[in-house]
Design a protein around this ligand. Sequence first.
Ligand code: CO
Length: 210
Amino acid sequence: MQAYEKLLLENRAWAKEKLLQDPKFFSRLSHLQTPEFLWIGCSDSRVPANEITNTQPGEIFVHRNIANMVVHTDLNLLSVLEYAVVQLKVKHIIVCGHYGCGGVKAAMGRHSLGIINKWLRNIKDVYRFHREEVDALPDENDRVNRLTELNVQEQVMNLAKTSIIQKAWKEDQRPHLHGWVYGLEDGIIKPVCEMAAGTHIDILYEYDNL
Ligand code: CO
């Protein structure tokens, strides 16, 4: 059997199991999704949103990219964000990084990786803002992990800088923003920052005509 054929076989078994537990599972979900959470995570195969939070299909709206970035020119991210906030009316947005992130590590180095350089440039900027603090750590893994935390904080800030979030905060007092970091070595998520709806940020970024 080919490796991909096993995926299809496992899918059949999974669907059968789900129906045994809850005969209406698929018919209910096929009509409507009402997730409370938007997850912005790393594409890393070891950090699957549903599995590590023990949630089911229908519970989390998910966007993943390399190093869980919120880039203001990323049409993909912005479309997901607007849909989640305006249409699905999610109550929480979680930016979840992970310790040992290859994207963060690569961004700290000088090796060219082709087109991905352009993406990692955004993390280099985060590194530059926090260089003194990060470089003061003697161990390389500690430096990568600290920058991972700082990067998550920065991406939460990037969410708060969007008119999408500011408008929802003003009109609907949601969503609550969270910055989390997942540990590959122990499976535990560490919350590193949060922003309640209406939190004020640098006035330079606050739009006054929303
Ligand atoms: Co990663």
